[in-house]
Structure formats: C-alpha cells, structure tokens
Design a protein around this ligand. Sequence first.
Ligand code: GLV
Ligand code: MN
Length: 195
Amino acid sequence: ADPDPLQDLCVADLSASISANNFPCKPLSEVTSDDFVFDGLRKQANFTDPFGVTVTTGNVLSFPGLNTLGIAMNRVDIEPGGINPPHSHPRASEIGIVIEGKILAGIVTTQNVYYSKVLTAGQVFVIPRGLVHFQLNVGPKKALTFTAFNSHLPGSTVLPLNLFAAAPSIPVEVLTKTFLVDEDAINNIKAKFVF
Ligand code: GLV
Ligand code: MN
C-alpha cells in the first residue's frame, strides 16, 4: 500500500527535523549491516495490558531499515484467554502465521459481515486492508503469531482504546449516545483503560 521506492535503500533518519510523507534517508556513508537486521521480535514481552496480549511492532519506527520498503512485521503473544482486541490497520493488509497455540481469528467487513476461523500452528490468515479484526486465544496455552503488512507503518486503530482511552477523552455524552447506555456503564469501561 506504500509508494514504490526510488532508490536501493533509504534507512530512516528518525531524528530528522523535516519529514514529508514519513522519513528522509540517513546518509549512505552511515548505513551499516545492522540497519537491515531487527532483534526486537526475538522474545516475548511481558503482558502489561488488560487484554492479555502483547503486540511487538517491527515497523519503520522500531526498525528504520524498513523505511520506504512498504513492509513491516509484528509479533503477537496472547496469554490463555487473552485477546488481541478488535482493531484495524488504515494503511495495510495483514498476513499472519500461527506459530503456537490456538486462536479464533475474526474479521468484520464494512457491511458488518463476520468471518472467523479457529487456527493452529502453521496456518496462515489474511486481513484485507482497513477491516476490523481480532484474535482470541481459545487454547489452554500461550498463543504466538507473527503478522506482516504491506506498509512500513501500517498504523493500528484499536477500537476500545480509541473510544474509551483517548486523550483528551471523548465526551461521555458521545459514548452514552453511541452505545445507548447510561454514564455508569461508560465510566465502568473507561476505568479499566486507565493504565
Ligand atoms: C494482529 O492483528 C496484528 O495487527 O499484529
Ligand atoms: Mn492486526
């Protein structure tokens, strides 16, 4: 989904003061072999969020060698019973492979049609660009999935966080009227997303 590159390589200069459609290249004289390797997906991070998922991102921000290449990769660790909650990627389709565990992978289209499948090790799934999707760990053990994207910065709109953990907050009236519930129901949800 990203534009085609116009040069062999363009390792991002993340500290550049000017950015047009993302990052300029750092000088070729400063590029080393290490710029093409990323260790950040090697190990599982700790589960720190209320969902029991850790999404470790290998995008241009964490792996500047991806700059302008139109690709990125994540590691998704989900604890038993945990969920990678409904979210969408505005700039990329996603392809994923289950490495261990058992997940229910679901997609909802813009027509509100729901597709889902229980997947185990070795199975590959695809999420069309921009569609809302989730992964629920339905097995007794930890689930590990690697996902890849056709953007160096796919972006992720995580629906519960977007609506209930935005800063500054979305007015409560917007949420009560959106979900047709009272303020207590909204505040109960919000309280769970104060990290
Ligand atoms: C999984 O859906 C991911 O975005 O990595
Ligand atoms: Mn995703």
